[in-house]
Design a protein around this ligand. Structure first.
Ligand code: ZN
Ligand code: ZN
Ligand code: ZN
Length: 365
């Protein structure tokens, strides 16, 4: 059985354990995960993968997209069906479902498709993937971890190179463009974000980059990532232009220690929220708890943000193969911010970093 067939079989079993008759997958990362198929454009025409208990996987596609679907890596593991413009695809899809079944449907499904299914099968009930099977793609195979490690290594290489560029006197956008170019040079096909938060802008975790000209004495938060060979990178390092003040160094050291402590807490069976709590406790004890204003991490895989979320209230346990960020930060409004982020994978014995550049405060010029 190939990897796609295994994934589909496992997902149906997971759905059954949740009392669901199956999964309805629409274009997006879930469909790529199960079939390797990524339609060139996600449109109003229904494309639907039905994974149901006791039935072979069926992929319903618009007939004009059938050749692309047939060319997908996982197409051998599904039975392809097609429909033509002018026909109503929802009764065709309904024929693949139990009339009174319960199914979870991709978060990214267009409401018009869900409404069409509801009309065709009024007794069927639907839940969202996130509410029913949030951990569907959370546990990565060895091959997936290797792809994430390669994406992480590429981001590391980009970071090592950015340390050598001129910071002072250039804008955040210029530095961000340098970072994006470097990510592409090291094999990223897609750059999702290049945060350059200099000086007071670093205190806003959602600041991406802007016209601010960097100057001597700035703390600079660099948070960058995207996709390489279909898997994500997401790394943050905080650098300083010239020598830091004592307060800057102190805040930096707190974040660094919190990142390290959270990393060392990673092992199978520990609740996701405990990793957040470990970093938060350290930052709180140092007096900056109110300035750590986001969860400590998020999963990563075919997207750069996905379950598991390392956040208060997430009591699910860590499982070997999970991959996520650990990214504590301290944000001092109007002054500066510090964040340090690595991607980490859970092994049988603890955590393994997929980013391996130095955590120390690098001085740039
Ligand atoms: Zn400074
Ligand atoms: Zn990040
Ligand atoms: Zn992140």
């Amino acid at each position: 059985m190939n990897a796609f067939a295994q994934r589909m079989e496992r997902a149906v079993a997971q759905a059954a354990a949740e009392g669901l008759g199956g999964l309805l997958i629409t274009p997006g990362p879930d469909l790529v995960y199960f079939t390797g198929y990524q339609p060139t454009a996600i449109t109003e025409r229904l494309t639907l993968l039905v994974l149901a208990e006791g039935r072979d996987p069926h992929l319903l596609v618009p007939i004009l997209e059938r050749p692309d679907a047939e060319a997908a890596d996982g197409s051998a593991a599904v039975t392809l069906l097609d429909w033509k413009d002018g026909d109503d695809p929802y009764p065709v899809a309904a024929g693949l479902l139990a009339p009174d079944g319960r199914y979870c449907i991709s978060d990214s499904a267009w409401s018009m498709h869900l409404l069409g299914l509801q009309q065709a099968l009024p007794q069927t009930r639907y839940t969202s993937m996130t509410s029913s099977l949030p951990m569907l793609r959370a546990v990565k195979s060895d091959d997936e971890v290797a792809l994430l490690a390669a994406a992480g290594a590429a981001a590391d290489a980009a970071y090592e190179r950015i340390l050598g560029v001129r910071f002072a006197g250039r804008t955040e956008t210029e530095i961000g463009n340098d970072l994006a170019d470097l990510l592409r040079e090291y094999g990223h096909s897609q750059v999702d974000f290049t945060v350059v938060g200099s000086g007071p802008n670093g205190a806003n975790p959602h600041h991406e980059m802007g016209d601010r000209v960097l100057q001597d004495g700035d703390m600079v938060v660099l948070d960058f990532g995207g996709l390489k060979d279909g898997y994500g990178s997401d790394t943050t390092r905080t650098v300083h232009i010239g020598p830091p003040t004592a307060v800057e160094q102190e805040v930096f050291d707190v974040v660094r220690a919190a990142q390290q402590a959270a990393f060392e807490a990673v092992r199978p069976g520990v609740a996701c929220e405990d990793i957040d709590a470990t970093a938060r406790q350290l930052i709180t004890e140092a007096g900056y708890g109110e300035q750590f204003i986001h969860r400590v991490g998020h999963g990563i895989g075919m997207t750069t943000h996905e379950p598991p979320y390392l956040v208060r209230g997430e009591k699910r346990p860590l499982v070997p193969g999970m991959c996520f960020s650990i990214e504590p930060g301290i944000y001092l409004s109007g002054r500066f911010g510090v964040r340090i982020e690595d991607i980490v994978t859970v092994t049988e014995t603890g955590g393994r970093r997929l980013n391996n550049t130095d955590h120390g405060m690098q001085i740039v010029s």
